[in-house]
Design a protein around this ligand. Structure first.
Ligand SMILES: NC(=O)c1ccc[n+]([C@@H]2O[C@H](COP(=O)([O-])OP(=O)(O)OC[C@H]3O[C@@H](n4cnc5c(N)ncnc54)[C@H](O)[C@@H]3O)[C@@H](O)[C@H]2O)c1
Length: 388
């Protein structure tokens, strides 16, 4: 087996650079997973392409991604572009026969996702996956293992949230995430939704119904160039209350909280699964630990289990040291390449089937909020028949 996979990156902004950094940190992983070698970078902005000139692996630079896709040396593509470009770029990547790791929400809306799904169906030889790194925290992996072992008993409740505060500065200039044209009607739900859905969907905890409260809290922001105020058209915060059902048939309240404006948070991801026999919760505020209940007769106490670097893919870091955000990305990219190369992969990246569920949920949430009602999610999608 070759010891590298030749990658192209489309979108050399925040996330494109994270991937470049992870690709150069591959030594960190033990074992012999082929390293992603980013031989090509593509961005419409010269300054962002220039950043990639510092990457010793990168030899090809493009302003037009179509040109990049005709480079036969490239085997796989990581795409991190604004949401309105997902459908066109992802479909073109797939149809060019290159494997795709695309950023969330994997299509700006459900219609865009369906285009990507169609392209993927035409090329079953191409691996198509969506990013989502937080389940790769070792404490979350421990939670998933306990769930799969049936340790929680009958499920009482599931709570999945991401709260960040990057928009609390009301003078922060507007960016594409605050426009309907580039971010889509989902607003913060498109941006943040998959972070809260990957774990429950993978464990078979699925929403059956959804109610939604959405909030646009800062309705205008300055333009970075002109200083003029421009409308912020997308939702800042979203709270979804669902009835969930798991593969054992338990029904339980399930909440998905996605907030860009959460005072006191940084990028706080929290997962909680509460059961009759065991409850557990994880927060990135204490990334080294998993909290779980210990029962004493009819009472329960919360215990803190330090997990450390008990990673899905072993690393050189000592087991007692803390795990962080770049580590979760490294594990996620390792999962993508392992799956691509047919190596063991106990927790694959978010799949197109799961992305479809995500779009069904978010489309139903918009409908629920607009119509002020509970929307039922049948197994094959929201009840559009009554949507009017
Ligand atoms: N996984 C995560 O934790 C995470 C975090 C933030 C963003 N994201 C996702 O990553 C994606 C990109 O977000 P970002 O924050 O990196 O945005 P960004 O604005 O920092 O980067 C996007 C880049 O795409 C480039 N671009 C725009 N049009 C292009 C085109 N036609 N061809 C090539 N490049 C083009 C822009 O110039 C920019 O450099 C989004 O889907 C977003 O939801 C994921």
């Amino acid at each position: 087996m070759k010891d590298t996979v030749a990658f192209g990156v489309i979108g050399c902004g925040l996330m494109g650079r994270e991937f470049a950094s992870a690709s150069l940190r591959w030594l960190h992983l033990q074992g012999s997973i082929p390293r992603p070698r980013i031989i090509a970078a593509c961005d419409t902005l010269e300054e962002n392409l220039n950043w990639f000139r510092r990457n010793p692996d990168t030899r090809f630079f493009y302003r037009d991604y179509h040109e990049m896709l005709s480079n036969p040396e490239i085997e796989a593509v990581y795409c991190a572009v604004p949401h309105h470009l997902h459908a066109a770029v992802y479909c073109d990547v797939i149809r060019s026969g290159k494997h795709l790791l695309g950023e969330k929400p994997f299509g700006m809306d459900r219609a865009a996702f369906l285009e990507i799904e169609k392209a993927a169906a035409e090329r079953p030889d191409v691996l198509v996956r969506c990013t989502s790194e937080f389940p790769y925290y070792p404490a979350v992996q421990q939670m998933a293992a306990w769930y799969r072992e049936g340790k929680f008993g009958r499920i009482i409740e599931g709570k999945f949230s991401i709260r960040h505060s990057s928009d609390m500065d009301i003078h922060k200039p507007i960016n594409w995430k605050r426009t309907l044209a580039a971010n889509g009607a989902y607003g913060c739900m498109g941006d943040l939704g998959i972070h809260v859905q990957h774990l429950p969907f993978r464990l078979g905890m699925n929403p059956r119904t959804v109610n939604a409260v959405l909030a646009n809290l800062v309705t205008e922001r300055p333009d970075a160039r002109t200083g003029e105020m421009r409308p912020c058209e997308t939702w800042d915060n979203a709270l979804l209350l669902c009835e969930g059902q798991n593969l054992s048939g338990d029904r339980f309240p399930m909440t998905f909280e996605m907030k860009r404006m959460a005072p006191g948070c940084s990028n706080t991801v929290e997962y909680g699964i509460y059961g009759m026999d065991l409850s557990a919760r994880f927060t990135t505020d204490d990334p080294n630990a998993l909290y779980y209940t210990v029962s004493h007769g009819q009472t329960q106490a919360w215990a803190r289990l330090p997990v450390g670097q008990k990673t899905l893919y072993p690393v050189i870091t000592g087991g007692i040291f803390e795990f962080g955000f770049p580590d979760s990305l490294l594990q996620m990219f390792a999962a993508f390449i392992s799956e691509l190369k047919g190596l063991p992969c106990a927790f694959p990246c978010f799949t197109p089937e799961e992305a479809k569920k995500s779009h069904e949920l978010l489309t139903a949430a918009l409908m629920a909020y607009e119509q002020g009602r509970t929307v039922t999610l049948p197994p094959d999608g929201p009840d559009r028949s009554s949507a009017g």
